[in-house]
Design a protein around this ligand. Structure first.
Ligand code: PPS
Length: 578
């Protein structure tokens, strides 16, 4: 294959799958007539690290023999240690177009040609087996398992790659170094011992202390190597994190630490993932790798059972240390000891019988939401300032009030009244997305089939999520009869602010009696088919934040009830304004 393998003093053999300019010209010409696959976000991360050598010794997406052995034994077919299946998943329709020996052009979503893959195998994935063997569970509460079952295509295509270019990035360009560039940097600086720190969270004093200790322990330097590809859903966005890391970097002694961004798509695979992370860092030229508590773990399932033991990742990396070719630097959880005004590993602190304090990621998010003070022992003022910029307190965040209820339940009336009240008290922009009105523009042409209703309700959710993300207030009032659509909207909207569901709980008999538009009579007479509550289902919400019993309370009382709840939830200040 026309790829080069570089041997550098740091980190061993490194594959570089990007073709020379002359080779690339030929491949570009032929690629015009090849079938194309547009890569997903996950695949774009994977291909970047395949092409730049971070996944050395891989030279492409795994073929079937390598895949099978990786899944079963964490090894490629030739016995080389490799813990994570790096697969190119496609749909059944795409798989049917491909067979061994074919070439396929791999493109980013704009159509840019990144690589050509020579197909070795096309096969149907046994997802349950992969989930169980690789992640130790088939529960969709594990994010990688949910991805595998719900998002990944059902077929895999394996084979070597010839790279045309890396996926382009336009943010933090100076910090996005390839393995070759990081190795060169270490050479240039004369750094022989380098310990890598993997992170998907903002770094605070505990992390600073831990990384300082690690660098001292190895008698060398530190590479802060944060993941900016895909991390655990709900994590703090990487733009904010990188701004924080840049601030934190200033607190290390001159010449001790550097930072480079890693466009990795994490799987949250715990022990296997820790081995993978170690191999990647070896490829970046590091001699040591920090593995902390519950490294790359997804936490616990809904019954509170952790997916992996807290030090299982350390144990596995230690077991394989020699073969990995990079040394483990294990760390226990670091906690703050007020009486010493210092950080120390939790086991030492407990042994000494000292009191300690810590703030978890979830607690930090809560403090930011409340706009509460973050103690100076926990973080640096410059880091907290960055976090506050992108995580304003709840009263400064956008939010959506999402009404749901039968036709004639009073949704529109209360929604209109609420909009007036919010405009009066907040002075903030408010957008009303009323069911009937939306159907005259945004959803014009849609009918009332289950599919059309879903499209309509999720379109409203999409617009509301944009308004919310930008700090505005959206008030929505469709029937929204299906639980799944409301759930999808909640997830989408909550990613950028608040979602408050109001169930306008008016019994069908009352709605039918009111029959303001005369539609119930027509539905009963069979003139209108598929009418909600008559011959189309209404799945009443069970988790709405607010329930308004409109048969028993006035419009004013419902609006008061909602405003009070918005205050209690923190989206409005107590005098109403924001
Ligand atoms: S949905 O299910 O959320 O997409 O419905 P929505 O967009 O809110 O539209 C509901 C309004 O359309 C009128 N209408 C019907 N409703 C329910 N079922 C059928 N088959 C139907 N046909 C027309 C009705 O006037 C609804 O208005 P509201 O304001 O809810 O009474």
């Amino acid at each position: 294959m026309d790829v080069t393998t570089l041997i550098a003093p740091h980190g061993g053999a490194l594959c570089d799958l990007i073709l020379t300019d002359a080779e690339a010209e030929d491949v570009k010409q032929t690629a015009r007539d090849l079938p194309s696959i547009t890569l997903t976000s996950r695949q774009l991360c994977d291909i970047e690290l395949l092409l730049n050598g971070a996944f050395s010794p891989l030279r492409g997406f795994l073929n079937r023999a390598d895949y099978d052995r990786v899944v079963d034994e964490m090894r490629l077919e030739d016995g080389t240690l490799w813990p994570m299946p790096i697969t190119l998943d496609v749909s059944e329709a795409q798989a049917q177009q491909l067979s061994a020996g074919d070439e396929v052009a791999l493109r980013d979503p704009t159509g840019l040609l990144l690589a050509v893959l020579t197909v070795e195998d096309v096969w149907k994935a046994d997802k349950a087996r992969e989930a169980q063997k690789v992640f130790g569970t088939t529960s969709k509460e594990h994010p990688a398992v949910a991805y595998l079952f719900d998002e990944a295509g059902d077929y895999y295509v394996g084979g070597p790659l010839r790279g045309l270019q890396l996926p382009p990035h336009y943010d933090f360009e100076a910090l996005r170094r390839t393995p070759k560039e990081v190795r060169a940097l270490f050479e240039e600086q004369g750094w022989e011992q380098v310990v890598a720190f993997q992170t998907r969270n903002p770094m605070h004093r505990a992390h600073k202390e831990l990384t300082d200790r690690a660098a001292e322990e190895v008698g060398g330097h530190l590479l802060i190597h944060p993941v900016v590809g895909m991390t655990k859903p709900g994590d703090i966005d990487y733009y904010t994190r990188v701004r924080c890391y840049k601030k934190l970097l200033e607190s290390y002694p001159e010449g001790r630490a550097t930072i480079s961004l890693l466009p990795l798509a994490m799987r949250m695979g715990g022990p296997r993932e820790a081995v993978w992370h170690a191999l990647i860092r070896k490829n970046y030229g590091c001699t040591h790798f920090i593995v902390g508590r519950d490294h790359a773990g997804p936490g616990s399932d809904s019954s509170g059972t952790p997916f992996y033991g807290p030090y299982e990742a350390q144990d596995l990396v230690l077991e394989l240390e020699e073969e990995l070719g990079i040394k483990l630097v294990p760390f226990r959880l670091m906690v703050y000891v007020p009486e010493d005004d210092a950080y120390a590993p939790i086991d030492e602190v407990k042994e000494a019988g000292k009191k300690f304090e810590m703030i978890s990621g979830t607690q930090l998010r809560d403090l930011l939401q409340e706009g509460a003070e973050i103690p100076s022992w926990f973080s640096y003022p410059t880091v907290v300032e960055e976090l506050r910029r992108s995580h304003p307190p709840k009263e400064k965040q956008g939010f959506t009030v999402f009404f749901t209820g039968l036709s004639g339940s009073g949704k529109s009336t209360i929604a209109n009244a609420l909009v007036d009240r919010l405009l009066e008290i907040t002075g903030r922009p408010v957008t009303l997305l009323d069911g009937d009105v939306v159907r005259t523009h945004l959803s014009k042409g849609l009918g009332f089939s289950a599919e059309d209703r879903s499209t309509n309700v999720q379109r409203i959710g999409f617009v509301a999520s944009e308004i919310t993300k930008h700090g505005g207030i959206a008030v929505c009032a469709p029937i929204a009869p299906y639980e799944a659509d409301r759930r999808a909207n909640r997830d989408l909207i909550e990613a950028g602010g608040g979602y408050v569901e109001v169930f306008v709980d008016t019994p069908l008999e009352v709605c039918e009696q009111r029959d303001v538009k005369g539609l119930y009579a027509k539905a009963r007479a069979g003139i209108i088919k598929g009418f909600t509550g008559i011959d189309d289902p209404y799945e009443a919400p069970t988790d709405a934040e607010i329930v308004c019993p409109t048969a028993e309370q006035s419009v004013e009382a419902s609006v008061d009830q909602i405003v009070e709840e918005l205050k209690a939830l923190g989206y409005l200040t107590h005098n109403g304004a924001a």
